[in-house]
Design a protein. Structure first.
Length: 317
């Protein structure tokens, strides 16, 4: 995400001749400095443009996010991953996410305590409360994957596989539904209110491998998901931009110092690549000089050959 903003600022710098500045995202590209010295300043970004914010949901039925979304990319397979933190403990079935094409028909239903882990209407991974051991107030990573081809659903907590289920043959994900966060989309009963925090909810159009799921979980809250961008269709930053009801609010998760640490590593890599690029340019320069030398010798040889041909012609005459 930041790489994209940086590229935009670089283009602005090159096209306008002035410093490329994107004040909204806190990005500045300084002009007239070597590539390795490009300075990227990351501010703490306010508003929903900051993908490093979590969402805190209140504990009432009025606190939610709901919207319609084209689920076609996930008809035959998907992976759903997110970070969950329980805050309110007064409800029996705290629904984090619900997708319903019709009422009531839960195609995907996930709660924070393991009672519901429903995919394509299958309840084979429900009632796993004993596996949910993360204390209230602590983040845990949740991933569930499903494939029509293999008829398999897999559930992971903090990168560990805790359940596998076989689904009905030929059963695809139904289309045309509503996505809801913090409660059921069709029911406002207080038993189904989550009242906690969600972070980095992402829907992928393929089945993530166990290695990938473990990598995401082990990477922690500030892990860069860039390597999974190709299939990350419904993204957390898209959800942050959706309209909210009630007291839903942003909560900072990744402290600026962590982002600066990641930026520092990126700048080190950039400096290394630039150094190698400079070495290559030096080598190319030497090759160009050698080419000029060889070209000069060739021209001189051609001139000598012309002289010899002229003398040979006169001798023949």
């Amino acid at each position: 995400w930041y790489q994209r903003r940086v590229r935009e600022a670089v283009v602005s710098t090159q096209s306008t001749g002035s410093s490329g500045i994107n004040a909204e995202y806190g990005i500045v590209i300084r002009r007239n400095v070597p590539l390795a010295s490009i300075v990227v300043l990351l501010r703490t970004v306010a508003s929903t443009d900051n993908q490093y914010n979590a969402l805190h949901f209140g504990a009432t039925s009025n606190d939610y996010i709901m919207f319609n979304y084209d689920m076609t990319p996930f008809r035959d397979s998907f992976s759903l991953c997110m970070w969950i933190k329980r805050v309110d403990t007064s409800t029996s079935y705290p629904v984090v996410f619900d997708y319903e094409p019709s009422t009531p028909n839960n195609e995907i239903l996930i709660d924070a305590v393991g009672y519901h882990n429903m995919v394509v209407g299958d309840t084979g991974l429900s009632s796993l409360q004993s596996k949910y051991t993360t204390p209230v107030g602590k983040w845990f990573n949740y991933c569930i994957t499903w494939s029509l081809a293999t008829r398999t659903t897999k559930l992971y907590l903090d990168g560990d596989l805790i359940g596998t289920d076989q689904n009905t043959a030929g059963r695809t994900l139904k289309m045309g539904g509503t996505l809801g966060f913090n409660r059921l989309t069709y029911n406002t009963h207080s038993d189904f209110i989550f009242g906690g925090q969600i972070y980095q909810f992402n829907l992928y159009s393929d089945v993530l491998s166990s290695t990938a799921v473990e990598k995401i979980a082990d990477g922690g809250l500030c892990f860069d998901l860039g390597e999974f961008s190709a299939t990350r269709i419904l993204r957390w930053e898209d959800i942050l931009d959706r309209s909210r009801s009630g007291s839903v609010r942003d909560v900072m998760v990744c402290e600026p110092r962590e982002l600066y640490a990641r930026l520092s590593k990126s700048q080190e890599k950039l400096a290394d690549v630039t150094g190698r690029l400079n070495e290559t340019e030096v080598q190319l320069g030497k090759m160009e000089e050698k080419l000029k030398e060889v070209t000069g010798l060739l021209n001189s040889t051609q001139e000598e050959l012309g002289t010899v041909r002229g003398e040979l012609g006169r001798t023949e005459n």
